[in-house]
Design a protein around this ligand. Structure first.
Ligand code: FAD
Ligand code: EPU
Length: 340
C-alpha cells in the first residue's frame, strides 16, 4: 500500500545536501507499488522525478510535483555455471553494498567500481565508471516499467545504448522509464583483474600485494577514492560535476603547442579526451570558494557545498567554471550531474 506524503524536505535525499521541497513524495517498496501509483490522480497530474540515492542530482528549485523514491530490494541468482554467476538485482539496492557482497563471494567484474555512491538502478543510467571499468561490461539486461503505460520493458545491452557516462535512460527515456532491476554476469574464477590504472598499481605496491585479487583491488580502489574524493557525509557533492571532454586531434595539437603539459588520451574516432580537472585547475579555480559553494581543493572536477549553499549557487559557480574553460581553451564542458 503506497503512502503519498506532502511537502517533504529533500535535503537528506541528495548528497549535495541542498534543501528543496517536494510537493509530493512516495517511496516505492515493491514493483506493485508502481502499478498502484499509476492509478493515483497525483501521479497522472503532476510532474514526476525518479530519485535513487540522490548522488548525481542538483536541485536548483523546489519540486512542484511528485518525487518517486526507489526502495526496491532483493538479489536473485538467475543463472550459474562453474565459471560465472548471473544476478538479477532490484534497482533500489545500494550499489556499494552490492559490490561488497560480490567481493566477499569472490565474484569478479565490479571491484573497480567500489565505493561509488547511489543505487543499482541508477548505475546503467549513466553507465557508471571508474578506474578503467564501466558497468556496461557486466550488464546483461535492464528491466524497467514505462511510467505512463505501466508496461514492462526489457533492454539488452545494445538496447541500453551505453556510452561514456551515457545511456538511453539518461536521454530519451529520462523520467519516462523506472528502472526496476539490473541483471549482470560476474566471474567465479579466471577473473579479469583491471590493475592497469596507475594509481591502482601504486596502491597495490604500497599494500605489498604482489598477486592481486578481487578483494585487494577493491581495497586499493577504496583507499584511492577515500583520499581523493570528498565524503558527501562531510562535504556535500555529487562526484564529478562535468564529464571529461573530447576534442579533435587538430584542436588538441594546437592547444598542446601553447600548453605543453596538457594531458590527453586518445579516444574514439581519433578524438582526444582531456581531463576536465586539468582544464579547471589551469583556469585558477582549484580550491576557490564563492559563498557556500566551492571547487574542491584536491579534485577540481568536484564542486562542493561548503556551507548552506543553494542549488542556484552551486550551479552559478559551475557555469562560471565552464565559461572560463570555454574562454581559455575553446572547450565546452558538459555537466555529468543531472540538474533539476
Ligand atoms: P540519483 O542521483 O538518485 O539519480 C540520478 C539520475 O538517475 C536522476 O536523473 C534520476 O532521475 C535517475 N534515476 C535514478 N534511479 C532511477 C531508476 N530506478 N529508474 C530511472 N531513473 C533513475 N559516478 C561514476 O560514474 N563514477 C564515479 O566514480 C563516481 N563517483 C562518485 C563519487 C561521489 C563522492 C559522488 C557523490 C558521486 C559519484 N558518482 C560517480 C556519481 C553517482 O554516484 C552515480 O551517478 C550513481 O549511479 C547515482 O546513483 P543514485 O542512485 O544516487 O542516482
Ligand atoms: N588533474 C589535475 N588536477 C587535479 C586532479 C586531476 O590536473 O587536481 C588531472 C590529472 O591530469 C589527472 C586527471 O586530471 O591525471 C584525471 O584525474 P582523476 O584520475 O582524478 O580522474 P577524473 O578524470 O577527474 C574520472 C571520473 C571519476 C572516476 C575517476 C577514476 C569522469 C567525469 N570522472 O575522474 O568519476 O572516479 O575518473 O576513474 O569521468 C564521477 O563520475 O562522478 C566520478 C567521480
Amino acid at each position: 500500500m503506497i503512502r503519498i506524503q506532502e511537502n517533504v524536505q529533500l535535503k537528506p535525499f541528495n548528497t549535495f545536501g541542498i534543501p528543496a521541497n517536494a510537493r509530493y513524495f512516495v517511496s516505492i517498496q515493491a514493483v506493485d507499488d508502481l502499478f498502484e501509483l499509476q492509478q493515483a490522480d497525483i501521479f497522472k497530474n503532476e510532474v514526476r522525478l525518479i530519485l535513487g540515492g540522490g548522488s548525481n542530482v542538483l536541485f536548483t528549485h523546489d519540486i512542484d510535483g511528485l518525487v518517486i523514491h526507489n526502495n526496491l530490494k532483493g538479489i536473485q541468482v538467475s543463472h550459474e555455471t562453474d565459471e560465472t554467476i548471473t544476478l538479477k538485482v532490484a534497482s533500489g539496492e545500494v550499489w556499494h553494498t552490492f559490490v561488497m557482497h560480490c567481493v566477499q563471494h569472490n565474484w569478479g567484474g565490479i571491484e573497480n567500481l567500489s565505493l561509488i555512491p547511489g543505487t543499482v538502478g541508477a548505475a546503467p543510467m549513466q553507465n557508471i565508471g571508474a578506474y578503467g571499468v564501466e558497468v556496461q561490461e557486466v550488464i546483461e539486461k535492464v528491466e524497467g516499467i514505462e511510467l505512463l503505460s505501466g508496461s514492462v520493458q526489457v533492454f539488452d545491452k545494445a538496447g541500453c545504448r551505453f556510452g561514456y557516462r551515457e545511456s538511453i535512460f539518461k536521454q530519451e527515456l529520462k523520467e519516462k522509464n523506472f528502472i526496476s532491476s539490473v541483471t549482470l554476469t560476474l566471474t567465479k574464477k579466471n577473473h579479469l583483474l583491471r590493475t592497469g590504472y596507475g594509481a591502482i598499481q601504486d596502491t597495490l605496491r604500497e599494500m605489498n600485494v604482489t598477486a592481486p585479487t578481487i578483494q585487494s583491488v577493491s581495497e586499493a580502489v577504496i583507499h584511492i577514492r577515500s583520499k581523493k574524493l570528498p565524503d558527501p557525509r562531510v562535504l556535500g557533492n555529487a562526484g564529478s560535476f562535468f564529464k571529461n571532454p573530447t576534442i579533435t586531434q587538430q584542436h588538441y595539437v594546437s592547444l598542446k603547442s601553447e600548453w605543453p603539459t596538457m594531458p590527453g588520451y586518445s579516444s574514439e574516432n581519433q578524438s582526444v579526451k582531456v581531463p576536465a580537472a586539468w582544464l579547471i585547475e589551469q583556469c585558477g579555480w582549484k580550491g576557490k570558494r564563492l559563498a557556500g559553494a566551492g571547487v574542491h581543493q584536491h579534485q577540481p572536477l568536484v564542486i562542493v557545498n561548503y556551507e548552506h549553499a543553494t542549488g542556484e549557487e552551486i550551479l552559478s559557480l559551475a557555469m562560471q567554471v565552464r565559461a572560463s574553460v570555454k574562454e581559455r581553451f575553446d572547450i565546452t564542458l558538459t555537466p555529468e550531474v543531472n540538474i533539476i
